[in-house]
Design a binder for this molecule. Sequence first.
Ligand code: B16
Ligand code: MG
Length: 220
Amino acid sequence: MNKAKAFLFDLDGVIVDTAVFHYQAWRRMANSLGFDISEHFNESLKGVSRMDSLNLILAQGGVTLSEEQKLALATQKNEWYLELVSQMTPGDILPGVTDFFVQVKAAGLKTALGSVSKNAKLILERIGMLDDFDAIIDGTKIERGKPDPEVFLKGAEELGLQPADCVVFEDAVAGIEAARRAGMRTVGIGTPEILTEADLVVPDLRGLAVNEAIELPFKV
Ligand code: B16
Ligand code: MG
């Protein structure tokens, strides 16, 4: 097995927990339409693009709208979301991330961000990590959301590396599938019961040794 030359990181759920803010903003929108969404349902929105998320939520509430109305709702949700994100600070970086990045840089690995969020750069700026990535692939650079592999394939391409050189860190089922379809090894952040397809699953980056991820084999 190739030793990895680069680590590709999802943003939401791996570097920061913006899922709670997405949930609050989507919930506010659903409530304004007369229904509610559960925390459990919110799990299925992780890693899913803004418009795809909106369609799933409207289907959940049994609401049919025109494309124009949908765009207006997505814009409103994003404004509510940005109000929450604007209050983020470096204190919102998830446990273990900062130390892990120190080790990753010391090992000479390249890093890329692979997020479908159009707000990814703004969030990285808020938490002081904008300069920590050699490549940033976000929702403004891709046409297809996860589980399509585009976001991670573009990451490898911008780094000038092959998929076999890359290990992806992901918290979402759709993200693990995207990475696997890109031909990359995966570290799931969460629980093995949910991230069943990941090559290795850890609860967070605290206890993970960089060398273990560099030499990670595909799960058999
Ligand atoms: P935005 P990731 C994803 O980020 C989120 O997990 C998902 O819930 C969100 O709908 C999507 O970004 C789009 O975000 O509305 O900010 O463009 O997990 O790929 O980092
Ligand atoms: Mg995520």
